[in-house]
Design a protein. Structure first.
Length: 275
């Protein structure tokens, strides 16, 4: 997929959109060669790569650095970059200068921001300025302190209705797509049916217009807590740990490097060098 029109087309033809996060060039390259429809440079970066306990400390500089790396690794994939915490809540000028860095400097095709009605004016203004915006509602990790923890959203009728309204508001503001995180599967389906833009779910059931997962969760890399909605398709942590242990062990036993990994010179070069 190359454009926001391709996202729309997928919804119209009922073909699920596949999205995965990535934070560096080699992982982005693998995502591109695996044929993923889109890559999200998520601010989950803070937790799975930078070692923070939430996404709150992630800065625009962090996002620019990692978006650049992803762009280099996946030059032909649609790349969405997260606007980090508090980078779109001040003046529109400030928001615009952050967005400019992600798009012009780092090469993102679109930006994503969290929230419903409160961020609709930003979504509208950015879209009018020519920057495609992906919304993000439901569980919004940048507001975890206000939400009181990482919990399933929209479990009662009142909050479910509010989420449907938020999805419609984000659509109306001009977002080209919408992430919905950690809601009951029935609500994921309902919301996907009630808006015309593609809804990309994470922990939102099988009936959304697409799915997104965090790269490290998907491949089983790292020790960050993995939520119920994640499927780990492999466990690379085990493989990496084994490789590191083998290396450590072989060096201690002088089994590595062998001749195959060493350089040599002709004997006469060494003449006169022996002390
Ligand atoms: O930062 C992230 O990885 C995200 C996805 C979980 C949607 O926002
Ligand atoms: Na995010």
């Amino acid at each position: 997929m190359k454009t926001t029109a391709d996202f729309m087309k997928r919804k119209q033809t009922n073909e699920p959109i596949t999205m995965v996060t990535a934070y560096d060039a080699p992982s982005a390259k693998l995502a591109e060669s695996a044929g993923l429809d889109a890559i999200l440079v998520g601010d989950s970066l803070g937790m799975v790569v930078l070692g923070y306990t939430s996404t709150i400390p992630v800065t625009v500089d962090d996002m620019v650095l990692h978006t650049k790396a992803v762009r280099r690794g996946a030059p032909n994939t649609f790349v969405v970059a997260d606007l980090p915490h508090l980078s779109y809540h001040g003046s529109f000028d400030a928001t615009l200068s952050n967005v400019r860095r992600l798009v012009q400097e780092a090469g993102a095709d679109a930006v994503k921001l969290e929230g419903g009605a409160t961020v609709c004016s930003e979504i509208k203004a950015l879209t009018e300025a020519g920057v495609p915006v992906m919304g993000h509602i439901g569980l919004t990790p940048q507001s975890v302190a206000v939400m009181g923890g990482y919990k399933v959203q929209g479990k009662d009728r009142e909050s479910a209705r509010k989420l449907i309204e938020e999805a419609k508001a984000v659509e109306k503001a001009g977002a080209f797509s919408l992430v919905i995180e950690c809601v009951p599967a029935e609500l994921g389906k309902l919301i996907s049916e009630q808006v015309t833009i593609p809804v990309i779910g994470i922990g939102a059931g099988v009936d959304t217009d697409g799915q997104v997962l965090v790269y490290h969760d998907l491949i089983g890399y790292g020790d960050v807590h993995v939520p119920k909605f994640v499927k780990a398709y492999t466990n690379v942590s085990e493989q990496i740990q084994q490789a590191l242990e083998s290396y450590h062990d072989e060096v201690k036993r002088r089994q590595f490097p062998t001749e195959a990994h060493s350089f040599t010179v002709k004997e006469d070069v060494l003449q006169g060098l022996y002390g």
